[in-house]
Design a protein around this ligand. Structure first.
Ligand code: 5AD
Ligand code: SF4
Length: 465
């Protein structure tokens, strides 16, 4: 059977389960709790899309929910511990409110060890599904309502099935779009290649079709997602790269901003770097995880570039587009990291001058090569972490303050968290900015004058047009 026919067939099947739940189950209040990265956030949007089709309403408190879904992350130990804590609390809730259903999905369920631990320690879990089986949720719910003790599916199903699902996007004006799945890099500290499997790229025409549809429905900004988007297309027989894909998306009417993440420094090509000059819709923002500044540590991490290679790429990016804002992921306390290695990280941070950074303390993940290396004591890791922030924050503040007095374009996303008479949004450079505004501003791209700034955000004033 053709792939398309197969998907149609499966969709009919899914629709049958959806109808069944919609018609036969009365108590339908759901809460989806998402841990981890944008990939998970987007998966949760697919989950809520399915739930809405089944007639579920959404609540914010576990006590009000009839169905609780935990979409989990495995990247760090603390993320897993958080899920175990939540499952422990739900155990108590379930002893009071018998008919609630608890489902667990995401990266943790792709790992046999974590999955078995959940099954053994938390018999209150009713449903388990993997990262490629979101479309199975209606069927699993049905078997659970029919009395199955644990309804589970973590088989490696063809990815295109989940791609065929819609997504209940949090904002219709900005959307995540998956362009590839999995990772082939096997960085020695990372669990992702074991949970999300090998790299596979989605075909360009499918991606373009999805984005055209999104644009018709009001999406102005798309963020292309993948663990290593720079190797997009490498699995195709014909030559088609991320730069080619960006060019096609740049031509779509209605799309005004394009972002992508995450990149790998070893795979970022000159062709892609030049896209930051040639494509008017590609935002002035690049997230390029460095992880560490010491070439010795980078080698132990299996990152396949040196400190000098990385700095050369950054120089090239800055030369091609002097307005680009730079972001990164940095890890401290990787096994064997010496004081000298750590000083290399601080040196790199000072040289690059990041606009923003995600900072992590190395967390040992079982069965990864780094778990077998000599670990750095916790105290040293924490102390280095603080020293890293002491260097990063003043740089961020200086870079943000350089925006004071400038007029920037802001995609307004929501009311400000702290003050409802303010709205907040992102500049082209992905800087968070707050300013006086109202509901009608949300979803628009507005001109704003920057009045003030600190390490984490800007404050502005709307320019009346
Ligand atoms: N410990 C700490 N941080 C990690 N990351 C990935 N694996 C680990 C780990 N074992 C970080 C990396 C990656 C980001 C998504 O998470 O910096 O880029
Ligand atoms: Fe993990 Fe490295 Fe792959 Fe990123 S590139 S997902 S850090 S293995």
């Amino acid at each position: 059977m053709e792939n398309k026919e197969l998907i149609n067939d499966i969709n009919n099947n899914v629709n049958e389960y959806i109808r069944n739940i919609k018609e036969n189950i009365d108590e339908k209040k759901a809460l989806v709790i998402t841990h981890g990265c944008q990939m998970n956030e987007h998966d949760s949007e697919k989950i809520t899309w399915l739930l809405e089709k089944m007639g579920y309403d959404f609540v914010n408190e576990v006590e009000d929910a009839d169905l609780i879904i935990l979409n989990t992350c495995s990247v760090r130990h603390s993320a897993e511990d958080k899920v175990y804590g939540q499952l422990g609390n739900l155990k108590n809730l379930k002893s009071k409110k018998k008919n609630i259903k608890v489902a667990v999905c995401g990266c943790m369920m792709q790992r046999e060890e974590s999955r078995n631990y959940v099954i053994e320690k938390f018999p209150n879990v009713d449903i388990i599904f993997g990262t490629n089986n979101i479309w199975k949720l209606p069927e699993l719910l049905k078997s659970s309502y029919d009395g199955k003790k644990l309804a589970m599916d973590i088989e490696d199903n063809p990815l295109s099935i989940d791609d065929a699902l819609g997504a209940n996007r949090l904002y219709n004006f900005k959307s995540y779009v998956n362009i590839m799945y999995g990772c082939n890099n096997f960085c020695s500290y990372c669990i992702v290649p074991y949970t999300r499997g090998r790299e596979t790229s989605r075909r360009p025409h499918e991606i373009i079709r999805e984005i055209e549809e999104l644009a018709k429905n009001g999406t102005k900004e798309v963020t292309l997602l993948g663990q290593n988007v720079n190797s997009y297309g490498k699995t195709f027989d014909d030559k088609f790269s991320l730069a080619n894909l960006l060019e096609e998306i740049n031509a779509i009417n209605g799309i005004e901003r394009i972002r992508f993440m995450t990149s790998h420094p070893k795979d970022i090509s000159d062709e892609l770097i030049y896209s930051f000059k040639n494509l008017d819709k590609l935002c002035n923002f690049l997230h390029l995880p460095v992880q560490a500044g010491s070439s010795r540590v980078l080698k132990m991490m299996n990152r396949k570039y040196t400190k000098e290679d990385y700095l050369r790429k950054i120089d090239k990016v800055k030369n091609v587009n002097p307005n680009i804002a730079l972001s990164t992921d940095i890890m401290v306390g990787f096994p064997g990291e010496s004081e000298e290695d750590f000083l290399d990280t601080l040196d790199l941070v000072k040289k690059v001058e990041y606009d923003t950074a995600f900072t992590f303390i190395y967390s040992m993940r079982e069965n990864t090569p780094a778990a077998r290396m000599d670990q750095v004591p916790d105290k040293v890791k924490h102390e280095r972490f603080e020293r890293l922030l002491d260097i990063l924050y003043p740089i961020q503040e200086r870079k943000n303050k350089a925006f004071i007095g400038r007029d920037v374009d802001v995609l307004v996303e929501d009311f400000s968290k702290k003050d409802e008479s303010n709205v907040s949004g992102r500049t082209d450079e992905f800087k968070l900015i707050n300013f006086k505004g109202n509901k009608s501003d949300i979803g628009k791209i507005l001109k704003v004058k920057v009045k003030d700034a600190n390490s984490f955000s800007l404050v502005g004033e709307k320019i009346e047009s």
